[in-house]
Write a new protein. Structure first.
Length: 315
């Protein structure tokens, strides 16, 4: 409703431009936060609707590159999205890292970033290229996302040990290889780094949160599975640490509880039990938001989780 209100008011803002509202050059708008006043909206509108303006209404996607992680047998495709104002400012931008190469889903979640109706983020999408066949796509992501089999419990018992175990190396790839490389090329705000992952990517998000939470400041964790693994991992973290400094958006789709595969994977119960455990711990620095989205299944929930997660973590 709040967004609808803003959309309805935008034409009114545009109609006010001829009366000398503040220009974008005179008004320094905060990147990564939605405008909070009529004056802010008017400044954005004037910049966008000025016939002489060179600022685009949409962001741009840089050419894809293939990068191989240390010790890996395959390359990961890396794609970078730059927000609409990127080439017209000298600011650093909050950065969202998304797994499974799901750049298009995040671009959809950021609809309106050129109008000031969504946060302006740099997005880094990492994963298998689009022409990878489904079997190979699943093989690669399973290895990337899942830690050693000994940590994963009974749900992973049938899986060969060599099919998993890449999570520590994949985290090192993101944080210690890719991030410094991209920070030399783009204006990443290294004090505002977010992670987004779904399903196996959600499990990887829990792994990072519960072992090296300092890797990111914000986490969008969508539809993870295998709750006992993460309860045990959280218990080990709590033994040594009484705080968990992160902002977390944890979610699943209601329909996942009624599907044989996702029920067997314990998706909704994983979100519920982790939410309960983290709430009971009362970590002083943890900011946790939990959502179970009505009528959504394991696939339809993805764009909703990412959209709502972004709005919650970059309000």
């Amino acid at each position: 409703m709040k967004l609808l209100k803003h959309l309805c008011v935008f034409p009114l803002v545009a109609s006010c431009l001829c009366y000398g509202t503040t220009t974008a050059e005179e008004k320094d708008l905060t990147i990564g936060e939605l405008p909070s006043s009529f004056e802010d909206y008017a400044a954005i509108a004037q910049a966008l609707l000025d016939p002489a303006s060179k600022r685009p209404g949409r962001g741009t996607v840089e050419p894809a590159r293939m990068v191989r992680a240390k010790g890996w047998q395959w390359d990961h495709e890396v794609r970078v999205y730059l927000p609409p104002s990127y080439h017209h400012t000298e600011r650093n931008y909050p950065t969202l890292w998304v797994t499974d190469n799901s750049l298009e889903l995040i671009q959809g979640a950021l609809t309106g970033d050129g109008l000031g109706l969504a946060p302006e983020l740099i997005v880094v999408a990492v994963g298998a290229p689009a022409d990878t066949n489904p079997a190979e796509f699943q093989r690669r992501r399973t290895y990337d996302f899942i830690p050693d089999k000994s940590l994963m419990g009974s749900l992973f018992e049938p899986m060969p040990a060599e099919a998993v175990g890449g999570a520590p190396g994949f985290l090192d790839f993101l944080v210690n290889q890719l991030r410094p490389m991209l920070a030399k090329e783009y204006r990443l705000d290294l004090d505002d780094q977010g992670y987004a992952g779904h399903s196996g990517g959600g499990q990887f998000g829990l792994y990072v949160l519960l072992t090296k939470p300092e890797s990111f400041h914000k986490y969008i964790i969508s539809s993870p599975a295998a709750y006992q693994t993460w309860l045990d991992m959280e218990a080990r973290w709590y033994e040594q640490n009484k705080d968990l400094d992160a902002r977390v958006f944890l979610s699943a789709g209601e329909g996942e509880a009624a599907h044989p595969l996702w029920s067997a994977s314990q998706v909704v119960s994983t979100v519920a039990t982790m939410a309960e455990r983290l709430t009971v711990r009362n970590y002083p620095s943890l900011q946790l938001t939990v959502k179970i989205f009505a009528d959504e299944d394991h696939l339809t929930v993805m764009p909703i989780a990412y959209t709502r997660g972004i709005r919650a973590l970059w309000p």
